[in-house]
Write a protein of this length. Structure first.
Length: 259
């Protein structure tokens, strides 16, 4: 697998630090960083980041599960949509030829759009929830189960193509669909769903040959201490400022990927 690459490890540390402070920035920052800064093929960047996310979020799921902050009914509904969508998207990538120029352009474009959506949600989530929250029934939309499955479909496609979307998009959708659920259960359910989603999508990329194990190891070496430190200092850092700065960076990165 080769020796650890310091630059990859440093990148993992920086992204891990941001994730620890804000809870956002894993796929939305890591994958564009690998593509734009290091020139890694988009498919390899996405596939490697998916396995990276599956490993790190498994730990988060264990913690939330132990704290009983996972609504497994919601997780099952999301997976009902995301699992077939992930498999179908993987089949499309296989048909297109994942290492070809057409697939690279498709993945870069979807990645850019997903990053832009994440940035907008970071900046406008509070306004979005404040606007739609009072207009929804207290128990949530009438067709919440079906809309949850549909959300899973969208996440399955986005995450398989870009490794982005499970966090910002998933959490925002669940807040709107299940207003009675405590925040901890919303976050825990989203993280729990992200594990099978990213694992299945990562396995699909593995079968397609778009995983770099050396890169994966280097990122994990840096990100694990980064997440720990970020989590420890989070209470001393103005999260709103960090989130706004991160959103501005993502707007620039997303625009660069799309154009």
């Amino acid at each position: 697998m080769g020796a650890i690459t310091p630059l990859y490890a440093v990148s993992g540390f920086v992204v891990g630090l941001l994730v620890g402070i804000t809870g956002v920035g894993g796929g939305s920052l890591m994958t564009p960083l690998l593509v734009l800064l290091f020139g890694i093929h988009p498919a390899t960047a996405v596939g490697t980041d998916l396995l990276y996310a599956a490993l790190t979020k498994s730990v988060g799921t264990a913690v939330h599960g132990a704290n009983r902050s996972v609504d497994w009914r919601v997780v099952a509904r999301l997976a009902t949509g995301s699992v077939p969508a992930t498999l179908l998207t993987g089949a499309v990538l296989y048909t297109c030829g994942i290492t070809g120029n057409s697939a690279a352009r498709l993945i870069s474009t979807v990645l850019g759009v997903a990053v832009l959506i994440t940035a907008v949600l970071l900046l406008g989530r509070s306004w979005l929830l404040a606007y739609f929250g009072p207009r929804l029934p207290p128990e949530g939309p009438r067709h919440a189960p079906a809309l949850t499955v549909l959300t899973g479909v969208v996440l399955g496609v986005l995450v398989t193509l870009s490794s982005v979307g499970a966090g910002a998009l998933g959490v925002t959708a669940l807040f709107l669909l299940y207003p009675r659920l405590p925040t901890a259960r919303i976050v825990g359910s989203d993280i729990a769903h992200a594990v099978p989603l990213t694992l299945l999508a990562g396995a699909t990329h593995w079968l397609l040959g778009s995983i770099n194990l050396h890169l994966l190891a280097s990122l994990l070496i840096g990100s694990i201490p980064g997440i720990v430190i970020g989590s420890l200092v989070a209470v001393h850092v103005p999260e709103r400022v960090v989130r706004s700065a991160l959103a501005c960076v993502l707007l620039l990165v997303g625009g660069r990927l799309v154009l």
